[in-house]
Write a protein of this length. Structure first.
Ligand SMILES: C[S@@+](CC[C@H](N)C(=O)[O-])C[C@H]1O[C@@H](n2cnc3c(N)ncnc32)[C@H](O)[C@@H]1O
Length: 347
């Protein structure tokens, strides 16, 4: 600290954490400052974890192979997240190409926009919008891109920044307010949604979105109640399960229930269905789309949507099978394990 700063800004001690290493998201100050602590970040990644406040992009080479970007093209990353894929796209689009990055998370997109702008690409090569990707046609109209784009990408679901931050209320591993909204400025938090939803409707979500075998018991056990925190919801789910159920099956149930509620809170399938229906009008002839999905509900929709558009000749080609991450990637990033990549080409 320079003398000037020292006199104007009093020294502030970093809050102490218990034990040798920080365990809580907010205490991991080195991981939150990757530019300064690159060695810590490398160690965390080598141990198979995602550094706090970051997201490791999945199957980057396969995504690039599917999109076949060229210099000067227009590409849309509909789920900007931490910007890992976006950074790779920006590189391939140079010179004269443009990347439109969309994310409905108004908190993370500000940081990602700033981070991507330090990578050395011309300022005009990146445009970001904090919106739902279902609104892609209106964003393209605002940009005067009515003649379409060359490539569209979506990496569905939530980012590690969202799930690892207890304040966002997605996690059952760390206690936090039961929120789960990717965009906290819109819709109802999970706590209110559960309170105002009937057991019958809750059971339908659990069944349809996560194939939950105990959907009815859990829906009866949680509907109409106010759970302020993620841990209070977790406890109520566990109480609804038969005592004989094994520990690992209990954990899987918690994961599935949180997933189903998150899908409903963010109306994820409605946005995905809408996005699949507007793709053909947004792509130029020969334009390519690639999608990463993380559970069967998403993958089924993408597969059926692509097949239907292929049958009627709107897509000239679609992938025959999904591409999966290799074992090395799954080892360094276990969050990649459930990923499936599909692609299609506009006729
Ligand atoms: C898996 S992350 C993307 C990670 C990104 N590819 C990267 O390399 O960092 C998914 C992101 O999509 C955003 N998202 C999910 N559904 C969305 C939607 N319907 N509209 C806009 N953004 C969405 C989430 O807020 C989250 O930031």
């Amino acid at each position: 600290v320079s003398e000037d700063n020292a006199s104007s800004q009093p020294f502030k001690r970093r809050p102490r954490y218990k034990g040798k290493n920080p365990r809580h998201f907010e205490d991991k100050y080195k991981e939150h400052d990757p530019a300064r602590y690159a060695d810590t970040i490398a160690k965390v990644i080598a141990s198979g974890k995602t550094p706090a406040g970051q997201h490791l992009p999945i199957m980057v080479d396969s995504v690039l192979d599917a999109l076949k970007l060229k210099a000067g093209q227009r590409c849309v990353d509909c789920t900007l997240g931490y910007g890992g894929h976006a950074g790779a796209f920006l590189k391939q689009l140079q010179p004269n190409g443009t990347l439109l990055g969309i994310d409905q998370d108004p908190i993370e997109i500000v940081k990602t926009n700033a981070r991507l702008r330090t990578l050395g690409f011309p300022d005009v090569s990146l445009i970001t919008y904090s919106r739902n990707f279902a609104q892609l046609p209106s964003i393209m109209s605002e940009l005067g891109w009515d003649d379409g784009v060359d490539a569209i990408f979506a990496d569905l679901g939530i980012s590690s920044m969202q799930i690892d931050n207890p304040e966002r209320g997605f996690s059952f591993k760390h206690n936090g307010p039961l929120d789960m909204r990717m965009n906290p400025n819109t819709g109802l938090p999970a706590s209110e949604l559960i309170q105002k939803t009937s057991a019958t409707e809750l059971a339908i979500w659990l069944h349809e979105y996560s194939d939950e075998p105990f959907a009815n018991n859990i829906a009866q056990g949680i509907s109409g109640q106010m759970f302020d925190t993620t841990l209070s919801l977790e406890r109520a789910i566990l109480k609804s399960l038969p005592n004989s159920l094994k520990h690992e099956n209990r954990s899987l149930t918690i994961r599935r229930v949180f997933q189903a509620i998150r899908i409903q809170v963010n109306d994820e399938f409605k946005a995905l269905d809408r996005w699949l229906s507007i793709l053909p009008d947004c792509l130029k002839p020969g334009g390519r789309v690639a999608v990463l999905t993380f559970h069967s509900g998403e993958d089924r929709r993408v597969k059926k949507g692509f097949q239907a558009l292929h049958r009627i000749g709107i897509f000239s080609d679609i992938c025959e099978t999904v591409t999966r991450p290799n074992i090395e990637e799954c080892n360094t990033n276990p969050r990649a394990s459930s990923a499936k990549l599909r692609w299609a080409i506009r006729a």
